[in-house]
Design a binder for this molecule. Structure first.
Ligand code: FHN
Length: 586
């Protein structure tokens, strides 16, 4: 077959542009998400009633007819919108890219869209295109401009997904894509200069072919424009966990954790549950340690101003980043696949950053690092040398590093220690017992097997079990145990808040010659950063004794698997979601 050389050149160019764009995006690590649209006018209140759920879903929640909802446009005149101020806020926060809702599920274009009159210039008394201002300011202030675009759900177009109260007929998605999505994407990609990425969202009904065609369309117009994972069908340039979801361990490939400052995305008058700066900084660190960017949202009010609690929080993160940014920007994830009870790690070349989430013990020990440490010092006072003494555990051969942190001044929310290494960090793979005795076995670090042929059970890229439908399938870990003794064993499962929890199955753990069997019950809940969104439920399985140090093998089976719930949750896998097994010293 003859190959046209011009196509090769073009595709190589396109790939190079995409790779460079992805590298730039990854190095940025922190972005500003902006949900702004007509929904900021009702701000979560409709006909005098507070509507539950996130603010931008108000039209759907109340099944407001298009003819009524669209009248909001006549009231949209945001006199306090100031693009320079918003971009400056992103800069102050240390955010290097900005993603704003060009069109959300309500179908209203927040920019000048000649192809569709339902837009901010043609349909509001403001008659103004805020994206032009933002594009200008982003360029001036060195922030990458990106657009959010709802490619599937559109409650305004008769063939967009999910408006069945105005348009009960079967949807013709191709017609919607042709009439609305493609013309609007072309506008977004030609009217505002280079666009960093299109943040597609909520691929609930579009087909793989449709997602692939949209991706091709974007890349053809701007080869360097990235496409978010929620284009659907695994076709994005990077992945996105669920909203406000933090995966349990390090991830393979590129990811972006998207999160809110309170609970809503679009502004709501009555959501005052703001996350503290400590939590936000730690989420940023944790994201970076797991190979994910952090995209943190503000929901401006209908007058264009940014709620004051959002401003103070973003500035708070910015203050921390200004001093500690070297441990975040341009870093690679932790060399370890698992988490640590004391904090997280990031890497840059031969430097390993230890991020402490609370004041560490004076004599701190790190296990599993194989690379020689040349120097240890606090990131903020690099001239302070922290004594670092390596040794090898006689029984297991495990490398141990003793750090004397007497001269480390701990400052919240996160204090960073930089380890200069003799080479890129190399570590012992697999779970390692912590100095305090804890053994944490993440699903992401498990082996999957079966007593009968190939297992059906799998582990998702985010580190949860999936398709656990057969009793013959199992998970198995090999952990390095330095200090044997007695342990309480806990099984930890998860689910999305409000969705059915995957309890009731019967688990069996085989370890150290014992077999512990128990129904998965709610004996407790883990206290962790995203517990409000994805609770982690503890089942206490029982107690075991381990006689000697070395490799500890633990196998988890399900002896009884309940049928899936009748009402299928929108997002969650229906089989039991196992995150972790923990061995806590007695
Ligand atoms: O339905 C949307 C929601 O309104 C919001 O835009 C978030 C942001 O990640 N995405 C969807 C839900 O996942």
């Amino acid at each position: 077959m003859a190959i046209d050389p011009s196509t090769i050149r073009q595709s190589t160019r396109a790939t190079a542009a995409a790779a460079a764009a992805l590298a730039r995006w990854r190095a940025a690590r922190f972005g500003l998400f902006i949900h702004w649209g007509l929904y900021a006018i009702p701000a979560g209140v409709w006909r005098g009633k507070r509507v539950p759920y996130i603010g931008e879903w108000l039209m759907f929640r109340e099944k407001i007819p298009v003819s009524t909802y669209s009248k909001l446009a006549a009231r949209f005149h945001p006199r306090r919108f100031d693009a320079a101020k918003i971009v400056r806020l992103a800069r102050e926060a240390g955010q290097r890219y900005l993603v704003i809702t060009a069109k959300h599920h309500d179908g209203f274009a927040m920019y000048d869209s000649p192809s569709n009159p339902y837009n901010v210039v043609a349909a509001t008394p403001w008659k103004h295109d805020p994206m032009r201002d933002l594009a200008r300011e982003c360029k001036k202030q060195g922030v990458t401009l990106c657009f959010y675009y709802s490619q599937d759900l559109d409650w305004h177009h008769p063939d967009g997904a999910w408006n069945t109260w105005d348009y009960p007929q079967k949807k013709n998605t191709d017609r919607y894509l042709k009439e609305k999505v493609y013309p609007q994407l072309r506008e977004l990609l030609t009217q505002y200069g280079p666009v960093g990425l299109i943040w597609f969202d909520t691929p609930l009904t579009i087909s793989r072919a449709q997602s692939a065609a949209i991706r091709r369309f974007v890349k053809k117009i701007q080869p360097g424009c990235l496409v978010s994972g929620r284009i659907g069908h695994g076709l994005g340039d990077y992945g996105i966990p669920r909203d406000n979801q933090m995966p349990p361990g390090r991830l393979a490939g590129d990811w972006e954790v998207c999160a809110t400052l309170n609970h809503t995305w679009g502004y709501k008058t009555h959501d005052h549950d703001w996350k503290p700066v400590d939590n936000l900084v730690r989420t940023l660190v944790e994201s970076a340690s797991k190979n994910a960017n952090y995209l943190l949202n503000i929901g401006p009010k209908a007058d264009g101003s940014v709620p004051a609690p959002s401003v103070t929080r973003l500035r708070g993160i910015g203050r921390w980043l200004k001093a500690n940014g070297a441990s975040i920007y341009g870093t690679e994830p932790s060399p370890f696949a698992h988490e640590f009870p004391w904090g997280r790690m990031t890497t840059k070349g031969r430097t390993l950053y230890l991020h402490f989430f609370s004041k560490p013990a004076r004599h701190f020990e790190l296990r599993g690092l194989r690379t020689r440490v040349l120097r240890a010092s606090p990131l903020l006072t690099p001239r302070t040398a922290l004594p670092a003494v390596p040794s090898i555990d006689a029984a297991t051969g495990m490398p141990r590093l003793q750090l004397d942190l007497t001269r480390l001044r701990y400052q919240g929310p996160v204090t960073v220690v930089a380890l200069q290494l003799a080479g890129a960090p190399a570590v012992v793979p697999g779970p390692i017992q912590e100095p305090d005795g804890l053994v944490s076995l993440l699903t992401a670090e498990a082996r999957v097997g079966s007593d009968q042929g190939q297992p059906e059970l799998g582990i998702t890229p985010l580190g949860f079990t999936t398709r656990w439908r057969r009793k013959s399938d199992w998970l198995e870990w090999d952990a390095t145990l330095l200090a044997p003794g007695e342990f309480h064993i806990e099984l930890i499962t998860t689910h999305q808040h409000l969705e059915p929890w995957s309890g009731g199955h019967t688990a069996r753990i085989e370890v150290a010659g014992r077999s512990l069997r128990k129904k998965i019950t709610r004996d407790g809940e883990l206290d962790y950063i995203q517990k409000a969104y994805f609770p982690r439920v503890i089942t206490r399985m029982g107690r075991i004794a381990v006689a000697g140090p070395g490799t500890l093998k633990l196998r988890l089976r399900l002896d009884k698997i309940l049928p899936p719930p009748k009402e299928k949750p929108l997002w969650d896998d229906l089989s039991p979601l196992i995150v972790q097994v923990r061995l806590q010293p007695v």
